[in-house]
Ligand binder design. Sequence first.
Ligand code: HEC
Ligand code: HEC
Ligand code: HEC
Ligand code: HEC
Ligand code: HEC
Length: 495
Amino acid sequence: MLRRFRLFVRGLATNWIGTLGVVLTTSAFLLFLFMEAMRLLGVVTNAYVGLISYLLLPALFILGLLLIPAGWRIYRRRTGRPTRELLSERFTPSLTEGKRAYGSSLVGLIAVLTLVNLLFLAGGGARMLHFMDEPVFCGTACHKVMHPEWETYRRSPHAHVKCVECHVGEGVDALVDAKLNGLWQMVSATFNLYERPIPTPVVNLRPARETCEQCHWPEKFYGDRLRVNPGYAFDRASTPHYSTLALKMNSGTGEHSGTIHWHIAAANEVRYQPASEDRTVMRWVEVRDPRGGYRRYENRRLPAASGEDVRVLDCIDCHNRATHIYEDPEEAVEARIAAGALVRALPYIKREGLAALTGSYADKAAARRGVFNHLQGTYGRQYRAATASLQEELDTAVAVLQATYDRNIHPRMHVDWNPYPDHRGHRNGLGCFRCHNRDMVDEQGEAVSHECTLCHSILAFESPEPFQFLLPVAEKARDRRMHEYLQAEFLRGRR
Ligand code: HEC
Ligand code: HEC
Ligand code: HEC
Ligand code: HEC
Ligand code: HEC
């Protein structure tokens, strides 16, 4: 068999084109087997190797397969003789050594080889599709471009959810769409055609109800979510204070009951037309009326004119940062203090940590040095005595802040602090207030509700007491009415 194959190959190598075809096909095939073996043994795991194995090698393989008949055609034209004659000349002497006629033997060989080719291409193709679904591929194959998304993804609650589960979704059309898109992305990454930072909203993201709802669905949201947000003063002790919310999470049955996931309950639909591409200002928003029709709220500050495309509100309109979570520098420092990574025994750690983190640095290496110099310099000079016994804590602070910078800032992609507003609340950017504000009014002039207790009960506001408004209030306290109101609001229905 092997000998016959060799003779067959020699028969195909009609001229240099045919020879090149044979060489390409065979070596791509063998290399692929070799790479797969290495990968299975765990020797190589790099995303670039995947690119070679699953894209480059099959491409060379196919190129080789195309060159072989091309070479044959040229050969035939040069010699000017009919195919049959040429075939018997190139293959007959060797392949008919036995008693069989060359025809059946040649056809048999071609059939076997075609089968092997098809198996190889199908197998390679399937491996390629699978590999391209892996986060390491999406996140690191275009390393520079996706670095910010990869970094934020790896540290998010979705670190074990594949990129494609949110970005591609289910179904063949979704897959084809995504692969075509992916090809374009590779071209644009290679030739530097992409924008930095990558613009949002991602217009071709699958409807969230097809992706997110594979794992989270409206009926699943119930009750309140208690959130104690610690903050710290800029004083020497970085004194803590708390803002505490009970977020009203329910989707309920779809009836108005004052809860956040009401928008996406199966029975409801909210749709809107943004005035700008970034969806931060709304032209109008409509709520489907269960009895038919829509109730419309118009932005009375905008002149009537056409805006962007109409969009049905889904998860992404609030959870646009579900996985690529960029921190605000002040919140980042506060979160590290709350976690005990930055210790409040270091004088003015909030102030100095924030200053070190937000210095202007040319690149990541400069930032590492800058953070180190700032903290070591400040504490070495101004608070030497107070930090004499805290060297280890100081070293940790330097490392923690360097890592925080690394995670959030990506100079090459022009990702600086707060590149993408988070729509989930109303802290950095308008968030919920894009629709919930007094300028979005219906025909009667009634605005979309924006009372402070629509979405959350407020249990403390920048108070040393995490449950400030649940405590008894002093007779003469200045904020007594508000205190009593907020307490009653929270307790209503809970008694
Ligand atoms: C849990 C769902 C989820 C996962 C998993 C996920 N993404 Fe995203 N991604 C999103 C959402 C939501 C957006 C923001 C869409 C918007 O604002 O329009 C986004 C936006 C992006 C953007 C645009 C830039 C930006 O930060 O807004 C890129 C690029 C991106 N994702 C790449 C990736 C890569 C690469 C992976 C895997 C390593 C990944 N995503 C995993 C949900 C996800
Ligand atoms: C493949 C399953 C899967 C998909 C798809 C998915 N998630 Fe998640 N999500 C999870 C898991 C697992 C967690 C972590 C749960 C935990 O930590 O308790 C999570 C957590 C969350 C959280 C809570 C985060 C926090 O701070 O505690 C939010 C919000 C969320 N997902 C929104 C989304 C949105 C929006 C999408 C679509 C863009 C999405 N998820 C898609 C599995 C998924
Ligand atoms: C109108 C805005 C809005 C929409 C639309 C929305 N959410 Fe939420 N969601 C929130 C807010 C606000 C929270 C509370 C966030 C927090 O913990 O700070 C939340 C919390 C969550 C949580 C965490 C639940 C928990 O128990 O901690 C998950 C998971 C989640 N949402 C998934 C989704 C999914 C999936 C969709 C789409 C089907 C969706 N959300 C649509 C605003 C929204
Ligand atoms: C695209 C516009 C839009 C955005 C963005 C939006 N909402 Fe709404 N929301 C509405 C509309 C419209 C209503 C219904 C008003 C009415 O009663 O007719 C509503 C109603 C609500 C209700 C009351 C539901 C009920 O049961 O009656 C809550 C709570 C709420 N939203 C919370 C939020 C939160 C929290 C956010 C931000 C995370 C948010 N919304 C973002 C448009 C929006
Ligand atoms: C349409 C819904 C909605 C309305 C109306 C609303 N909020 Fe909020 N608010 C939120 C959500 C959602 C969050 C949580 C964001 C998060 O998870 O980080 C939040 C967070 C907060 C926080 C905590 C943020 C922090 O810095 O610690 C405070 C304080 C707050 N809101 C106060 C108010 C006040 C005061 C009003 C009235 C002027 C108000 N909210 C109106 C939805 C709303």
